[in-house]
Design a protein. Structure first.
Length: 483
């Protein structure tokens, strides 16, 4: 159904609500019902609940500059708390069936790009700064200007590159791929398994998980990622109880003594707003914030417009209702995610599952947010998932993000080459920032040599200049005698 048809299908007149709650959320006015909203809230939760497992694993498996790791139980609490609070706020303040939680891709930037350069509290402070910057951009109206500055193909290439990066992380963390030590004088940097072949029960769990996940995705089963994680966790628990497994990594799959436990709030508020500036160069800090901003910024815009259009809520001019408030709440979610040490929170495309079940208002968010609140007390169950059971989800998310590649015009070199470099450099250098920088610099260079420099937005010129300094920081320091 087209967007125009969906708009046309909405009731011409707004019938009176049955009660104050109905009228506040415009449930009847939008052609919905309490039953449909409740079903939609449950559907959205079960489709995106995998983040309660994946976010603690991604952040918990990474080390900061000083070798410190974040506690898994505390990460579960932080992830669930931010998702619960911000999803409810979006429902009440934005009145859209749009749930929020820690963003995949964003957490990878924090874990594998930012944390190795500074302490965890400093890294989360950068997330808070990024969220505050988004709020400022929304309030001043500059968010649209930034949107127009980055060419659409580069936005899509960034999404594809992050997808490949996430998939690579999944393969490595599950043990399907391993780094070959340089001392062996080998000609390739990575290999299959630990010895050039696959062996061990944990790797088998990962392989079966990948097969199950892609089968469920191919069948378009709702909640495919969550179903796969839960199924393979059960398989891992059974294997661990009957087989002699030397190591599963950081998490051993076994039934906990207690199924319910009090939330652990140790990470809440553990951030340093400006500590990062003392850990690395100002240029690096600015580019790291810019990387977070880009990832958060464009994912949110695409998600908000896509979900609203699917729900038939766009107005006659194709605009999102309450867009200013929705974007401000989304920016606030990034601040909340950093302040809680759960990484930046953002709007979830999985909200489409709730829309598919009939959700049309923010009332469904009360259900989704309430379920996340209940999850606060299920930490023992959520912390038994081994990486081998969760990593297939990273591979699946990588595939889903990779599908954006079809929108890039590969016949136009001025677009194709920067897009290729963006996509390739991310996984090959294990850095999202490097990929974005390579793509931006290539785009500016090619446009300039083709005599199209006037087509480049000034914001892109400024950002590319920063990236040039970023890549050349070592020779620049040597030139000026700075160590």
């Amino acid at each position: 159904m087209s967007d125009a048809q969906k708009v046309a299908d909405r009731p011409a007149a707004e019938p009176p609500g049955a009660n104050s709650v109905d009228r506040f959320f415009k449930i009847t006015a939008r052609g919905s019902s309490f039953a449909r909203e409740i079903r939609g809230g449950f559907a959205t939760f079960f489709t995106m609940a995998y983040i309660l497992v994946l976010n603690p694993i991604i952040l918990g498996n990474a080390k900061d500059k000083y070798g410190h790791t974040l506690d898994g139980a505390e990460l579960v609490t932080a992830t669930a708390l931010v998702a619960a609070v911000m999803t409810i706020i979006m429902g009440v303040g934005g009145n859209l069936p749009l749930a929020l939680a820690a963003g995949l891709g964003l957490n990878a930037v924090v874990a594998f790009q930012i944390a190795p350069l500074m302490s965890w509290s400093d890294a989360m402070g950068l997330v808070v700064l990024e969220g505050l910057l988004i709020c400022v951009l929304v309030v001043t109206g500059l968010r649209e200007a930034v949107m127009h500055a980055i060419p659409q193909p580069l936005k899509q290439a960034i999404s594809v590159g992050i997808g490949l990066f996430i998939a690579f992380i999944g393969f490595v963390d599950a043990g399907f791929v391993s780094r070959i030590p340089d001392i062996a004088n080998t000609t390739v940097p990575v290999q299959l398994g630990a010895t050039g072949s696959l062996s061990g029960w944990p790797v088998l769990v990962f392989c079966l998980g990948v097969l199950l996940t892609i089968a469920l995705l191919a069948r378009k089963v709702r909640g495919a990622i969550l179903i796969s994680i839960l199924t393979m966790t059960v398989v891992a628990i059974v294997i661990n109880s009957v087989a002699d497994v030397k190591s599963w990594g950081l998490t051993t799959p076994k039934v906990p003594d207690d199924l319910v436990a009090a939330p652990e709030f140790g990470l809440i508020g553990d951030f340093s707003l400006f500590g990062s500036f003392g850990e690395t160069t100002v240029i690096t800090v600015v580019l790291l914030i810019f990387t977070l901003l880009l990832s958060d910024f464009f994912d949110t815009m695409g998600t908000v417009v896509g979900i609203t259009a699917e729900a038939g809520l766009l107005d006659e001019e194709g605009k999102v209702p309450n867009l200013g408030r929705v974007l401000l709440i989304d920016g606030t979610a990034a601040v909340a995610g950093g302040a809680a040490s759960s990484s930046s929170a953002t709007s979830y495309i999985e909200s489409a599952a709730g829309v598919g079940e009939g959700a049309r208002t923010g009332f469904s968010n009360l259900i989704t947010g309430g379920l996340f609140a209940i999850a606060l007390f299920l930490t023992p169950l959520l912390t038994i998932v081994p990486m081998q059971a969760a990593a297939p989800a990273l591979v699946a998310v990588g595939f889903l993000m990779m599908t954006q590649v079809k929108h890039i015009d590969w016949d136009r070199y001025e677009i194709a080459i920067p897009a290729f470099l963006t996509i390739a450099v991310m996984p090959f250098t294990y850095s999202i920032t490097n990929g974005i920088g390579a793509g931006f610099l290539a785009f500016v260079l090619i446009k300039t040599v083709l005599g199209k420099a006037k087509e480049i937005h000034w914001l892109l010129w400024a950002t590319s200049a920063l990236f040039l300094i970023y890549f050349a920081i070592n020779p620049i320091q040597q030139l000026f005698g700075v160590r």
